[in-house]
Design a protein around this ligand. Structure first.
Ligand SMILES: Cc1cc2nc3c(=O)[nH]c(=O)nc-3n(C[C@H](O)[C@H](O)[C@H](O)COP(=O)(O)O)c2cc1C
Length: 197
């Protein structure tokens, strides 16, 4: 459909929630982080902090806390997130909201800044596209603060030395997609979302 490499990457990117257990290559992780660091930021303030956790035990504990603190309606036969890469909304057996991803990047930003969420979101998209281009799977996880909503989470925030006044906006999961899985298909796009004048 297109020869443009950026467009091809955009079209190919999908949320990946089923990961190989192994870590991704260090140079790939570094490129993905640089893609985040070079994202736009409101007023050029570069306020986002990227806390990269590759500790399996910590990621699992935080993912379980997040799952326990999430309120949502489970999927139905006609309304679901993904059949190929099920989310916690799709499958009640998933008890880790980070899906055992080998890398969980929590993105922190100032609590009292109007554009903290946008700053994290644009950095995350840069990182997801870079990950896709390298064959690394990624998934955006919203409401990052719910992973820290108990004493273990609070202890981790202290250990990571997160500055006062910063909060966890979101997480970005990274890992190689499982070899046995087919790459997921995009859902059909809803019509009439582009208005041209
Ligand atoms: C703001 C935002 C929050 C999201 N939060 C979650 C989440 O908490 N858990 C999850 O599994 N996926 C989450 N996702 C991923 C979406 O479910 C996914 O992007 C969507 O189903 C479309 O699929 P695709 O990314 O493969 O095109 C989030 C995506 C966005 C943009």
């Amino acid at each position: 459909m297109t020869e443009n490499e950026v467009m091809k990457t955009i079209m190919y990117r999908r949320a990946i929630r089923r990961f190989e257990g192994k870590q991704i290559a260090e140079d790939e992780l570094e490129q993905i982080l640089q893609a985040g660091v070079y994202a736009p930021s409101a007023g050029g303030r570069q306020g986002v902090i990227f806390a990269v956790c590759q500790d399996k035990e910590v990621n699992e504990k935080l993912g379980k806390i997040k799952r326990a603190n999430s309120n949502f309606r489970m999927s139905t036969a006609t309304s679901y997130v993904s059949k190929e890469q099920p989310s916690i909304v799709d499958d009640p057996k998933l008890i880790n909201a980070f899906y055992d991803a080998p890398i969980v990047i929590t993105m922190f930003a100032p609590r009292n800044f109007l554009f903290s969420v946008e700053d994290c979101a644009v950095a995350a998209e840069n990182m997801m596209l870079m990950a896709t281009s390298l064959g690394v799977g990624s998934c955006y996880i919203g409401q990052g603060w719910t992973a820290f909503a108990d004493p273990f989470g609070q202890e981790i925030l202290k250990k990571w030395d997160i500055p006062n006044g910063y909060y966890a906006v979101m997480q970005l999961l990274l890992g190689y997609p499982r070899k046995e899985d087919k790459h997921p298909m995009a859902k059909p796009r809803k019509e009439k979302r582009i208005l041209r004048f």
